[in-house]
Design a binder for this molecule. Structure first.
Ligand code: GLN
Length: 483
């Protein structure tokens, strides 16, 4: 099946004219048509335009960039000119918002000739860990469709794992790339805050949001990152550091690499199978010549509490723009107050409303010091934990999630249980550091287990090198679900 090729393989075949871009694009479209009734990973299809672009690329006959002619999917929060973008929320779906412009990332991908197939499912405005808060319904795990694909980039992870595209874009505010990559068995990278541009991507929590790739291998992810990373005048939070050749960093060599294993990530409540596989992965690194040691990140236990104050606070501000006046869902009403009531009651789902309320409360004059300011102080302590740790080690290894993919509906009535799913993936965003998620095992129930490789700020080359070395030594990333 052509759609199961990696980017690197497809690029070679396209360049040698062994396959055409049209064939490759059609293979992905056919695969989406055949698997997506079961998965629900794609919410807006751009197939006609994709085929047109593919034919143009074929008639040009040149594949100068590794991503030229490579079909991909984008999470439904990236604005793409002419393609509906709804954040999987009724507030934008009801009139199908169609952006008149491109996000910097989709523009950069367009510029090298990557072929956009459409949009993937996400939790509403990326708030969630299971895609169950999407107005289009849940995305299911390709390994077991009674389970969730994770979230919020569940659609992107499921599509990559099911070979419905060659790669996908996601966003990671508190784990939304890494956790679904872990649940579905693909590779996902959260970048250092500021490494990629957020311009044209709908915000959830602006001080934590990052955008990044999901792919089939670390090598593919390195190539995508090299294409999309770098300074963007339209996003002042992007860093001006030069973009390294990430693919060149994949030397397979981890001899002498200093690895930290934080004791706070192997706690009660973690599924013993997850711990077992992550510990075996650590042993693989030792065999490859890396040096491991136990470390401590003492403020980890406060991360969930701090995150779920800071994120709703930023959410309450970012969601204010959705009022149906310039775009999106609108209602008839007697006066302005009634109008806001009606639009926002009908347009937003429960999780978004919950966060707007918590955030508004935490930011209000009487509670700001008790909650928001306090949470920001905790955030500083968490960042310092990592600063201290990275004086001694180059990367930190840990699980991505405490369990493999959970059952659809398992946490829908219990928001706090859902928040606790994020326990291992929200300290890194609070600290602004990078972290990679790669497959490192299968549970007895045949569900993927993810390994998290954290690196210091701007440490993408190091985490990618470590991930690639592990992939070369193991087979987990090559396993594919039967669909
Ligand atoms: N599950 C986390 C949350 O609900 C992370 C979401 C994200 O990274 N977009 O906030």
């Amino acid at each position: 099946m052509l759609s199961s090729l990696t980017i690197a393989q497809a690029h070679t075949k396209l360049s040698k004219k062994e396959i055409s871009c049209e064939e490759l694009t059609r293979a992905c479209i056919e695969r989406i048509e055949s698997v997506d009734t079961a998965l629900n990973s794609v919410v807006h299809r751009n197939f006609e335009r994709a085929l047109e672009e593919a034919k143009n690329i074929d008639s040009n006959g040149e594949f100068p960039h590794p991503l030229t002619g490579i079909p991909y999917l984008t999470k439904d929060v990236y604005c793409e000119e002419g393609i509906p973008t709804t954040a999987c929320s009724n507030i934008l779906r009801n009139k199908d918002y169609v952006p008149p412009f491109d996000s910097t990332t989709t523009e950069r991908l367009k510029a090298v000739g990557a072929v956009s197939l459409g949009k993937t499912n996400t939790d509403e405005f990326t708030m969630g860990a299971s895609t169950e808060s999407s107005c289009y319904g849940v995305t299911r795990c390709p390994w077991d469709t009674t389970r969730v694909a994770g979230g919020s980039s569940g659609g992107s992870a499921a599509a990559v794992a099911a070979d419905a595209c060659l790669f996908a874009l996601g966003t990671d505010t508190g784990g939304s790339i890494r956790q679904p990559a872990g649940f579905c068995g693909c590779t996902g990278l959260r970048v250092t805050y500021g490494r990629t541009s957020r311009y044209g991507v709908m915000s959830m929590a602006s001080s934590l949001d990052t955008i990044g790739p999901l792919g089939k291998t670390v090598e593919d992810v390195a190539m995508i990152l090299g294409t999309i990373a770098g300074k963007d005048p339209k996003d002042v939070t992007t860093g001006s550091l030069p973009v390294p050749d990430y693919r060149k960093a994949l030397t397979k060599d981890v001899k002498g690499l200093r690895i930290g294993v934080p004791k706070e990530y192997f706690i009660e409540g973690i599924d013993p199978q997850v711990e077992e596989h992550v510990r075996s992965a650590i042993a693989v690194f030792e065999k490859l010549g890396a040096v491991t040691r136990e470390i401590t990140l003492p403020h980890t236990k406060y991360a969930v509490a701090a995150y779920y104050i800071i994120v709703p606070s930023e959410v309450s501000s970012n969601m204010a723009r959705y009022d149906g006046i310039r775009f999106g869902h609108s209602e008839k009403a007697a006066d302005l107050v009634d109008y806001y009531h009606a639009v926002r009651s009908a347009g937003f789902g429960d999780e978004v409303k919950r966060r707007i309320m918590i955030g508004t409360y935490a930011l209000s004059a009487g509670y700001y010091d008790a909650y928001y300011r306090h949470a920001q102080k905790v955030r500083t302590l968490i960042r310092r934990d990592f600063e201290e740790a990275f004086k001694e080690v180059d990367v930190i290894l840990a699980p991505v999630s405490p369990t493999p993919a959970f059952l659809v509906g398992a946490h829908t009535d219990d928001p706090v249980a859902m928040y606790l799913e994020d326990v291992f993936t929200i300290s890194q965003p609070l600290a602004g550091i990078t972290a990679l998620s790669i497959p490192c095992g299968m549970s007895k129930e045949n569900l993927p287990i993810g390994l998290q490789i954290m690196g210091n700020q701007w440490g993408e080359e190091t985490v990618l090198r470590a991930g690639h070395a592990y992939e070369q030594a193991t087979e987990w990333h090559t396993l594919t679900p039967q669909l």
